[in-house]
Design a protein around this ligand. Structure first.
Ligand SMILES: NC(=O)c1ccc[n+]([C@@H]2O[C@H](COP(=O)([O-])OP(=O)(O)OC[C@H]3O[C@@H](n4cnc5c(N)ncnc54)[C@H](OP(=O)(O)O)[C@@H]3O)[C@@H](O)[C@H]2O)c1
Length: 253
């Protein structure tokens, strides 16, 4: 993996990425640790993976906390941030990466609960830990970011609508965050090859990935997109608080 952030440049910083035991979240938290940050690996189900990743990251000489928390459960959220406060005393980077809504057997409103309500709940719970100069990054997909103007596959539509609702609700917090010196940025990408979501969508719509690759010219893989998420946490925030990754010409703005 090419490191997007210079080694040592995050020394003394503390970063938490929600849903970081696997996928994009795991690569993002690894980039922070490689740049010298102390990190919190958050998982819901994948405890062994989270522990394994934390062990690897500690070998880099950084502190790595492992915190299991279902973000839709206020009590487990509160417990996670209490532990972060105890161990790290605060946070400099919060990446809202965890997402879902295509899991089977969940209530109809689960996508909205996780992708909107829980994102706000995480931000609220983290707020006392975020000081001046800290950064919050919300991760989303082009299919969700542009859902109001560009239709997506029916299987993904409830997730897309809920993620866009989450993005909008978080954006409403920008002035209040700015007052506290906290920056906020949305980072959005096209379908990412090799992810569970892309695999599920491909299964329901054979050829969907190839079609997106042709429209976009290139699709990012997990480590490439995670590098963009990590950069969003350290590079200057654009005036519209938005970083669109890759080609977006097939989405209506
Ligand atoms: N996949 C794509 O094609 C794509 C494209 C563009 C943008 N993105 C965005 O990138 C981000 C990561 O996507 P991904 O594909 O890596 O996701 P993923 O493979 O589905 O992983 C989701 C992560 O969220 C965690 N999670 C799910 N529900 C949770 C809950 N209730 N509480 C706490 N954690 C929970 C999971 O933890 P456990 O494993 O422990 O359950 C997992 O670590 C998302 O915001 C997504 O919208 C994805």
């Amino acid at each position: 993996m090419t490191q997007p952030i210079a080694a040592g440049s995050l020394a003394g910083k503390r970063a938490l990425v929600t849903g970081s035991s696997r996928g994009i979240g795991a690569d993002t938290i690894s980039y922070f640790a490689n740049a010298g940050a102390d990190v919190v690996v958050n998982f819901r189900n994948k405890a062994p993976r989270a522990e394994k990743l934390a062990t690897q990251l500690r070998e880099l000489g950084v502190r790595a906390l492992v915190q299991g928390a279902d973000l839709t459960d206020p009590e487990s959220l509160a417990a996670m941030f209490a532990e972060v406060q105890r161990e790290f005393g605060g946070l400099d980077i919060l990446v809202l990466n965890a997402s879902g809504g295509m899991e089977s057997g969940m209530a109809e409103d689960y996508a909205l609960k996780l992708n909107r309500d829980a994102q706000l709940a995480v931000l609220d719970a983290a707020l006392p830990l975020l000081g001046e100069g800290s950064r919050v990054v919300f991760v989303t997909s082009h299919q969700a970011h542009f859902i109001r103007t560009t239709p997506t596959m029916p299987e993904y539509e409830p997730v897309a609508l809920s993620k866009r609702a989450g993005e909008d609700a978080l954006r409403e917090r920008i002035p209040a965050l700015a007052e506290r010196g906290i920056e906020f940025v949305v980072v959005s990408g096209d379908m990412i090859e090799g992810t569970v979501t892309a695999t599920l969508l491909e299964r329901a719509n054979p050829g969907a990935i190839e079609e997106r690759r042709e429209s976009a010219g290139k699709l990012y893989n997990v480590s490439e997109f995670a590098a963009e998420v990590a950069l969003a946490a350290v590079e200057p925030v654009p005036a519209d608080n938005t970083r669109l990754i890759g080609d977006t010409s097939s989405f209506n703005a």
